[in-house]
Design a protein around this ligand. Structure first.
Ligand code: CA
Length: 232
């Protein structure tokens, strides 16, 4: 049995059972909730490691649930939303959700997302979490010195690119929305800011991934935002 306990919050019986069966067959421990009230109760009494949260629940709005849980817990939250709930999905990520699945999703996708947050969880147990130096595969970011290296070779980053890299690395494994990033970097999130973000992200990515054999560090989520991947 794995030690990860997953709380599944979903009002649709068939989806909830499907997720439960999948988790069980992959040796995860899990808890179920079919509405917001029981989700908060389960989260607060059983302290699960990860939560799958359907945004469309009968009683409490999913985004409100995230706000509530974030007031006491950093547990990774993966939201599950229908494609028509795109605005809710973005609001959920901005409220502190870590990742999302769009319905209909595959079991393979669900398990992949779970592995991403599990890797993130195992990182958090390292004392280096608040360290001034971040490493991810061949990448090193020295926050204090304000520089970044790939295989010990310094990257020539502009101040904005470095800020972006800092923000992504401090949230490694988490999807950050365009809105969240532009607020952090420029303090606003107009269409212009989002257009600039695309440009800076493209140049940053080019610098990070230019070397032959460099892994992909930054994942683009079209219409949503970006995520730094944890590289093995
Ligand atoms: Ca639902």
């Amino acid at each position: 049995m794995k030690t990860t306990t997953v709380l599944v919050v979903e009002d649709d019986n068939s989806i909830r059972n499907l997720i439960g069966t999948t988790l069980k067959s992959h040796d995860y421990q899990y808890l179920m909730a079919c509405d917001g009230k029981s989700a908060i109760l389960e989260a607060s009494t059983h302290n699960p490691d990860v939560m799958f949260l359907d945004l469309g629940l009968p009683d409490i709005d999913g985004v409100q649930i995230i706000h509530k849980i974030r007031s006491w817990s950093n547990m990774p939250i993966i939201v599950i939303s229908a494609r028509s709930d795109d605005d809710d999905k973005l609001a959920a990520l901005d409220a502190g959700a870590d990742d999302y699945l769009t319905k209909p999703f595959s079991i393979v996708e669900l398990l992949a997302r779970l592995r991403v947050v599990e890797r993130h969880l195992s990182n958090q147990t390292l004392p280096a979490n608040n360290s001034a130096i971040f490493t991810n595969g061949p990448l090193t970011v020295d926050y204090a010195a304000g520089c970044a290296l790939i295989n010990n070779e310094e990257l020539h980053l502009t101040p904005i690119e470095f800020k972006l890299l800092t923000l992504l690395s401090k949230n490694v494994g988490r999807v950050l929305t365009h809105n969240y990033i532009t607020q952090k970097i420029w303090g606003s999130s107009s269409d212009n800011d989002i257009a600039s973000l695309r440009v800076f992200m493209a140049t940053l990515r080019k610098k990070l991934e230019q070397k032959k054999g460099s892994p992909q560090f930054i994942q683009t989520h079209i219409g949503v935002g970006y995520r730094m991947l944890k590289v093995d």
